[in-house]
Design a protein around this ligand. Structure first.
Ligand code: URA
Length: 284
């Protein structure tokens, strides 16, 4: 089936102006389609076959966008908010014009992998509770995580509202001596981030250290995405998450070359992997 789009809509979607602005560009003769001056802003364009040139620049059309953001603490996973900064403020206008939205939520104080897209179907599939797309988190936790917790998480723990979680995979990376950070570079980085990003979290970490609490650096993979799930799972076993970052969602790992607050668009391979992954999990 041939997929065409009006010229003014195509350019509008890409952020080149309003319908009337594009009409004016057509009138000025600034737009050429397949080498001929465009005369009608409503003409139908096949973005895959037709060549559109605006002021000498070839326009590459796309209507979907997939962004991998290394989310910093302090931003909410929303498209707008009356009080807080939102993750879209971290992206560029050329991407925001395509109206991406976050695929699921990370808490305001959680960092790490956040996928943003305008592909509602893929987002829906990735978030569907029936699909159990795994999400992996790393966390600095107050309390000494042990094999007992691994077993409890494997069985599923009961949250404060009575919900019993699906089995989750807990990996204890490092447990520090009482009152010291776990001896792992990532735990050190997490502590630095806590001090840097929040007037509240820095003192909270210091209080845990001063109280002589053991601190653990862990990795946890969960198959669902209940509200504050990781924090509440640790609460259920008497521990407190001090710092949390997401490092993977399904087949997509966090790109460690992205500094906190940086983003990039997904490669075609990564988008395909997300789609294929969805299909694989449908078969389960
Ligand atoms: N679990 C949480 O508690 N918070 C998040 O942001 C994500 C998972």
């Amino acid at each position: 089936m041939k997929k065409t789009i009006r010229l003014d809509k195509m350019l509008g979607n890409l952020g080149y102006g309003t319908r009337s602005g594009i009409k004016a560009l057509v009138r000025q003769g600034a737009i050429a389609v397949n080498g001929a001056r465009a005369k009608d802003p409503g003409m139908q364009i096949d973005p895959e076959a037709d060549e559109v040139v605006l002021d000498g620049e070839k326009i590459v059309y796309r209507d979907t966008v997939y962004v991998l953001l290394n989310k910093p603490a302090g931003y909410v996973s929303a498209t707008e908010d009356r009080r807080d900064r939102v993750v879209l403020e971290l992206l560029d206008e050329e991407v925001n014009v395509l109206s991406p939205f976050p695929v699921g939520r990370l808490d305001k104080d959680t960092e790490g992998l956040l996928l943003l897209t305008n592909d509602g179907k893929l987002s829906h599939e990735l978030l569907s509770p029936r699909k159990h797309v795994p999400k992996t988190y790393q966390a600095l936790v107050e309390g000494a995580a042990g094999e007992n917790d691994v077993a409890l998480f494997q069985e599923g723990v009961t949250l404060d509202d009575g919900y019993r979680t699906l089995p989750a995979l807990l990996r204890i990376v490092s447990v520090g001596q009482a009152g010291t950070l776990p001896d792992h570079p990532e735990a050190g980085k997490a502590a630095e981030r806590m001090k840097k990003v929040s007037a509240l979290r820095g003192p909270e970490l210091q209080a845990a250290i001063d109280a002589g609490s053991p601190l653990s650096w862990i990795e946890l993979t969960i198959q669902e995405g209940k509200y504050h799930q990781v924090k509440r799972m640790f609460e259920a076993v008497g521990k407190k998450v001090l710092y949390l970052r997401r490092v993977a969602m399904g087949p997509l790992p966090l790109d460690e070359s992205l500094e906190v607050g940086e983003w990039r668009e997904l490669t075609e391979e990564e988008v395909t992997a997300l789609r294929e992954y969805r299909k694989e999990s449908e078969g389960q």
